[in-house]
Each structure stands twice: as C-alpha cells, then as structure tokens.
Design a protein around this ligand. Structure first.
Ligand code: FE2
Length: 269
C-alpha cells in the first residue's frame, strides 16, 4: 500500500478516496438500519430526556465501550429513532459480525501497518448518523483526549458512508496542528467523568480545512489533530463509520473513560 506519509506527517490527516467498497458501505448502512429497527427506544429515550436521570445516562455511556449503545440527538424528541439517533457505539466492531468483517478486512490492516501501528488494536467504533436538519455539530477536539495512551498512538479511520460536504457537515481539520500538545484528557475519577486540562495553548491560527469526502472515502486522523464537524442543516444524511485504533506497545491509561473489563481488545485477526 502506497501512502503519502510525508503529507500525513505534515498535515496530521490523509484523505483516501474510494477506500471502502460500495458494497461494504451498503453493508454497514443496512446493518445499522437493522440494529436501529430492532432497538426498543422507549426506555432509553425516557432516560435521556429527563435531566435528573443524568446518572443513569452517564452509566449507559460509561459502559458503552464494551457494548452497542444508542445515543440520541438532543433536539429530536418527536422523531422516530432512525431519524433521531446521533450515533451507535462503541464496540460494534467486536460485537456485530457485519461491522467485525468490514473493520477487520485486510486493506484496513495494511493501512494500519503502513501508518506504523506495529500492534494495532481496534479500540472503539462508532456509527455516526449526522441526521438531516438536526445532526449536531462536533466541537474542536483531539481524539487522544478521549483515548489516551502513553505515548499517544490513537489513530482514527473515518469513513464516509454518504457523500460528505460543507452543506451536510463534513470533517474540518487544522492542518499541521497535530504537532502541538494534547490540551485535555477526558477521564474517570471514581464514578464520574471529568475533563482535565493539560495545556492551555490555543489551537494554532491556521485556516480550517474542510475534508469533503465522497462515499467510501477513508480519512486517517492523527490522534493529536484538532478536528470538528459543523451541524447538518441540509436535507441529506451524512452517515459515517469511525474506527479508532491504538498500538498495543503503548500503555492504555487505566483512567480512560472507555474501559472494557469483559471484552479483551483485539487486533485485525
Ligand atoms: Fe474525533
């Protein structure tokens, strides 16, 4: 596999058009639709729409590292789940056979190897809906904030399952800003999830780059690269699949929010 590793080192991202086949994109979208159709949204929506149920909501999230859980948009009270969900997460790749097969195909293993992950572990997966009209923005962040290893190794594989452009909330990135420090960690302290400030250095003042991506495009994101996405104000969905890998040679922080006590991490085999 030939990659422009110089561009990756310079920018902190790579855009690889046509990486996932149309049939794999179809398979993920169809499987996600099946999971949503089989999901009993009633109790979960009650939990999430009631502010004093924050504790139950936090637990539902905290346990999602080893599960397939359903997270709603905040402003979707009257919509059916298929139009109201924000994402599914975070162990689709280990618990669902379709996501497992697509996530562990040889092309993805080759990509991880080409990027220098010597002991790749598939840590987290998310099916991102970015619904028409209500799909929320995702603020500027570094993925290592959430999935911290010592040293930082987390690498994102983000795949467009619909054409993603500036109208429906494509990825935005700050080219080269992965060379700055990690600003925050999001971690467990006892039963709580807290943000810890590590650096107050502002994002560098470089122009954000819109990473428009046709269906099947895979975007590699360095774990320190600041990235975001705008809300989807269009009438078109912007589904995407995001897989996060770490290198097993690094130390996985025991206080990361994502813990999988009953589900050992696996690589591509
Ligand atoms: Fe991210």
């Amino acid at each position: 596999m030939t990659l422009d590793l110089e561009a990756y080192a310079r920018d902190g991202f790579l855009v690889l058009p046509g990486f996932l086949s149309p049939s794999d994109c179809d398979a993920l979208q169809a499987r996600a639709a099946e999971l949503v159709a089989a999901f009993d949204a009633g109790p979960a929506r009650t939990v999430f729409s009631t502010r004093d149920q924050a504790h139950a909501r936090d637990r539902y999230f905290q346990e999602s590292g080893g599960a397939i859980r359903f997270f709603f948009e905040e402003d979707a009270a009257d919509q059916p789940p298929a139009l109201a969900l924000n994402k599914l997460g975070h162990a689709l790749h280990d618990l669902d056979p379709v996501f497992d097969r697509v996530s562990r195909q040889p092309r993805l293993a080759e990509l991880a190897a080409a990027l220098g992950l010597q002991q790749p572990l598939l840590l987290q997966s998310m099916y991102l809906f970015k619904q028409p009209h209500i799909g929320a923005e995702v603020g500027w962040h570094q993925d290592a904030t959430y999935l911290y290893t010592e040293p930082v190794t987390v690498t994102g594989f983000w795949v467009a399952l619909d054409d993603a452009d500036c109208d429906n909330g494509c990825l935005l990135a700050l080219p080269g800003a992965h060379r700055g420090p990690l600003r925050q960690r999001f971690k467990r302290v006892g039963d709580a999830l807290v943000s810890e400030s590590l650096s107050v250095e502002p994002w560098p003042s470089v122009a954000p780059r819109a990473l428009e991506a046709r269906r099947g495009t895979l975007v590699v994101l360095h774990g320190l690269l600041p990235h975001a996405s705008a809300p989807n104000r269009s009438s078109r969905a912007r589904h995407a699949y995001a897989l996060h890998l770490i290198d097993g040679r690094a130390i996985y922080a025991p206080d990361n929010w994502l813990q999988r006590p009953a589900l050992p991490l696996r690589g591509f085999s």
